[in-house]
Design a protein around this ligand. Structure first.
Ligand code: MG
Length: 369
């Protein structure tokens, strides 16, 4: 069996709103669906989901890299030679982590379908059979609006909150205070700064937030400032989590060597499944826990996150952004067969690969040139 075609299709599915984080607005999804076919008709599905305010990759760059760089190198290869295929993708170009992550997801789905195994089995099996933890992201807004959002989610049963901060230290204090008051002392709250502070103001500002019993503070400084992150991690009682500083295993090794993070946020859309596995193992070796994050994927990317979340043992799953269905944040989805039930619970199922099927009509409707 051999790979005979790799396709990249840019899609634009409308979001349910414009999401605001410290590094900018996310007005729409700009995802790319990847289809990797064999000569026997088996097809692997992948998805790249770069976030506009955060990732260097764009839809155009991803389509270009998949079709011009990945496809020629993968044609004729055996889909079960996964380590060879993944190394080929990793070394094809420097950087472009989102494109590589999308291709990695497609190759895992393909190999799983050929073997008749769910992706979580290919990763090593299940650590948990289900994830029943509703989670709410509270996007950057006024303290009053953020508190109202948090309260609505709390009344719907959510006890796990990620609040977006990182603009204006005084306002951030009010934001965190308002959300904590809205959801009470028991709810688990983490604050994501999305690189919004600088070394000169971060410590003074974040020290004030320690009064609100945050689970952790995510990516307070720009991704390149590992030295600054190490100083914050040493000075604060609240753990520091690295996100944008941690795309690759090499990034994570450096962060941990410098004691620049107490937690690492793993995202399949930035690291792929293979990268997530090595990051997870590197953290485990260092005695550092991981969290999971998302990057507004549609159903294929979300399924990859769910498979990893069901498998990975060194993850604080109760304080992660695994999300439920993409329909929570997008107006539509492109797949059938999600592991997320109508009750929002993610349950392992034994369908091969990621277990999702593309809706061809929807793919056509939402594809963009
Ligand atoms: Mg983050």
């Amino acid at each position: 069996m051999k790979i005979v075609q790799v396709q990249a299709i840019a899609v634009a599915v409308p979001l349910r709103g414009t999401f605001q984080i410290a590094s900018g607005a996310i007005p729409s999804g700009r995802n790319v669906i990847i289809r990797c076919r064999t000569d026997t008709g088996v097809e692997g599905l992948g998805e790249a989901s770069p976030v506009a305010a955060t990732d260097a990759d764009t839809q155009r760059s991803i389509v270009d890299i998949v079709t011009r760089e990945f496809e020629p190198r993968l044609l004729g290869k055996d889909p079960l030679d996964l380590p060879t295929l993944l190394a080929t993708v990793q070394t094809a170009v420097p950087g472009n982590q989102c494109a590589k992550a999308g291709m990695d997801i497609a190759l895992h789905d393909l190999a799983g379908k050929v073997l008749g195994l769910p992706v979580y089995q290919m990763l090593g099996g299940l650590f948990r059979r289900e994830i029943a933890l509703p989670e709410a992201d509270i996007w950057l807004d006024t303290p009053e609006n953020m508190a109202a959002c948090a309260r609505t989610a709390y009344e719907a049963g959510v006890r796990n909150f990620e609040i977006k901060i990182g603009v204006s230290p005084a306002m951030d204090y009010e934001r965190v205070q308002a959300v904590r008051r809205a959801v009470g002392p028991q709810a688990r709250i983490r604050a994501d700064c999305n690189e919004g502070y600088d070394a000169a103001n971060a410590l003074r500002s974040l020290r004030k937030l320690e009064a609100f019993d945050l689970e952790y503070i995510e990516q307070p400084l720009p991704r390149w400032d590992c030295e600054g992150m190490a100083r914050l991690a040493a000075a604060l009682d609240t753990p520091i989590c690295a996100d944008q500083a941690a795309y690759t295993t090499h990034d994570v090794f450096r962060l941990l060597s410098m004691a620049a993070a107490d937690l690492i946020c793993i995202k399949i859309p930035k690291s792929g499944l293979a990268g997530a596995q090595t990051i997870h193992a590197t953290c485990e070796a260092a005695g550092v826990r991981c969290t999971l994050g998302s990057m507004l994927p549609l159903g294929i990317g979300a399924a990859a996150i769910h498979h990893f979340a069901l498998h990975a043992r060194n993850v604080d799953i109760e304080c992660s952004g695994v999300y439920g269905s993409p329909l929570d944040y997008y107006q539509d989805d492109l797949v059938h067969g999600s592991m997320v039930g109508k009750d929002g619970v993610i349950r392992a199922c034994d369908a091969p690969g990621l277990g999702v099927r593309l809706d061809e009509a929807k793919l056509e409707r939402y594809s963009v040139q």
